[in-house]
Ligand binder design. Sequence first.
Ligand code: ZN
Length: 278
Amino acid sequence: MNFYDAHNHLQDDRFGGRQNELLAACEKAGVARMVVNGACESDWPQVLALAKKFGGASVLASRTNQTQVIPSFGCHPWYLAERTPDWLKNLETFLDKIPSAVGEIGLDRWKPDLPYAGQEEVFLAQLRIATERNLPVSIHCLQAWGRLHELLRDHPRPGCGFVLHSFGGPAEMVPAFARLGAYFSFPGYFLHGRKRRQREAFQVVPPDRLLVETDAPDQLLPEEKNRFPLADADGKPLNHPANLPAVYEGLAEFLGEKAESLTARVGENFRRVFGEIR
Ligand SMILES: [Zn+2]
């Protein structure tokens, strides 16, 4: 089976430079492609380096079953304050360097002490670039779903669609977002018993709009489903990207669908959104 990871952060420093090892495990686990999201200017070079080493072109030249990295560049709302004055030009420079997606971008009213002021401008500037280039864009949203819907509704959006990564919005809003072109991505974290509301929203996601992600190194799945225990240098647990098949299986079980058919369907959806990037 081929598994597609719609959202992770393989470049994250918490992995301690073990990316080769992580990708070897992903390859063995059947992970075909993964979207690796940059979150701030300072990590874009690392995302680019991974894509150059493990991206489509390099893979075609070597083994065909190697896990492929799709690079994505964006400024996440948590890192707004770290932008340089040239950040937007810098973003376009990275997008010009290699076939890539836009993200992670977003809106966040949940994180304590994070200012909301300025988030919408930064979000819209990046949405505009993604739209002009018709690139898929990965969106983070916490406690700003109504406003996110208004902004997406009232502005041009990429024709290829956009991804609501780790979608935790209300089930009632799924049809409205789907009408605008949304894909809804499910993380292993929602397999925890207490995440029932978030899981249930995926029961109403249109079959052709469902994606699956690890968000590694974050959003660890429940202990009994974690096949690749991993920790950072301080011993804090990390989510291993090779946990991806376990996320597919957990979601299939919850939705009452055969894992093979769900995996095939999500693969088709993934290739529709990200397939042009190679
Ligand atoms: Zn993320």
